[in-house]
Design a protein around this ligand. Structure first.
Ligand code: TXA
Ligand code: MG
Length: 332
């Protein structure tokens, strides 16, 4: 594996050479690191699924260099979608639109829609621009595991499986993009995944928001009951209690004076700033997911703004532990 500083001259060209030859590279975005391939090359995209051990029913997001590219890959662009793109692109919003046939079925897991986003990270933008084609990319983590926010997280997971990792520093947001679609009447935005753009910011545009209704058929694994999970069981608690297991990790929301008597402690923020918390969220979880602990306790985060996205991921991680039969702990 070659780790290249994405800001240094020549790095983008090397990565583009790999992409053009049908290979896969890891690259930074403002949300989390992605594992990218040429979105128009179905053979290259297959490799992403193999490297990540990702089920073929899980669609990928297509990353574009400029807003115009949306019209090249979407069959129809509703007015609301253009408003959202104007407001939030480049940035961490993914818009699901009906796809054109130029996007191979493997990218969208056979769905007739495609998730599109224009990232704001300069290295990601330069990569896509130089390739001259959209880049299909999931987060650069093994399927179901915590998303990477640093080049070293990618290296740890994939070592020799990925030829190039472009290092672009710590991801600014630290949590994945918010994913939305547009209702058939072009009058509402449907939220598929809470993420780095708080839905309140969409509502502030005067747009009505609807939560995607849970369905039995698994349309997309971001909607699976568990996902984003550490290896060790994770339990959500109201706040730190004396009775926690000593052989555990504690993920606190706000830094505390008293020191919990657990093995590892990380705080998401000093005084409750949700942006700071989100930026630390996945990297702290990765740090706390250690061999020598039996459980990770995660303190509840306020369920608003970016807190919604973090709580959503904690609940999905905790669900794994419920499904695996680890006793549910209510914090009492
Ligand atoms: O911030 C992000 O979104 C990062 C960076 C790399 O861009 N990407 C990311 O991709 O989180 P991934 O593959 O880990 O999650 C993408 C999720 C899928 O699991 C699925 O839930 C949803 O996006 N998705 C993609 N295309 C979709 C579609 N056509 N319909 C419904 N959901 C879709
Ligand atoms: Mg992911």
């Amino acid at each position: 594996m070659n780790i290249l500083n994405g800001f240094e001259s020549g790095a983008i060209e090397q990565a583009v050479a790999v992409l053009t030859a049908g290979g896969v590279v890891a690259f930074p975005t403002e949300t989390v690191y992605g594992l990218g391939a040429d979105a128009f090359n179905p053979y290259a995209v297959t490799k992403i699924f193999e490297i990540k051990r990702r089920p073929r029913f899980d669609p990928l997001i297509v990353h574009i260099y400029s807003k115009d590219w949306m019209f090249d890959i979407a069959e129809h662009v509703p007015v609301l979608a253009t408003h959202l793109a104007d407001r939030f692109w480049p940035g961490p919003l993914t818009i699901i639109l009906r796809k054109k046939s130029i996007i191979p079925g493997i990218v969208t897991a056979g769905l007739s829609t495609v998730g599109i986003r224009m990232p704001s990270h300069p290295v990601a933008l330069e990569l896509i621009k130089t390739l001259g084609r959209p880049v299909a990319a999931p987060s650069a983590n093994p399927f179901g595991y915590i998303s990477p926010t640093r080049a070293k997280h990618v290296i740890k997971s994939f070592k020799d499986k990925v030829r190039i990792v472009l290092d672009g520093g710590d991801s600014q947001f630290g949590i994945e993009s918010t994913i939305v679609s547009i209702a058939a009447d072009d009058d509402k935005v449907i939220v598929h995944r809470h993420g780095a753009i708080p839905v309140e910011e969409i509502q502030a545009m005067g747009i009505t928001i609807e939560e995607k209704k849970g369905n039995d058929t698994c349309e997309a694994p971001g909607e699976l009951p568990y996902h984003y999970a550490p290896v060790k069981p994770l339990i959500i608690i109201d706040t730190f209690k004396e009775s926690l297991l000593e052989s555990s990790s504690f993920l606190g929301f706000i830094e505390k004076k008293e020191k919990p008597t657990v093995r590892y402690i990380k705080y998401l923020s000093q005084d409750g700033d949700l942006r700071e918390a989100a930026a630390n969220f996945f990297s702290h979880l990765i740090d706390l997911d250690r061999e020598d602990i039996s459980v990770i306790y995660a303190e509840k985060i306020p369920d608003k703004g970016l807190g919604k996205a973090m709580m959503d991921r904690l609940k999905k991680a905790a669900q794994k532990c419920v499904l695996q039969g680890v006793e549910k702990y209510d914090g009492s």
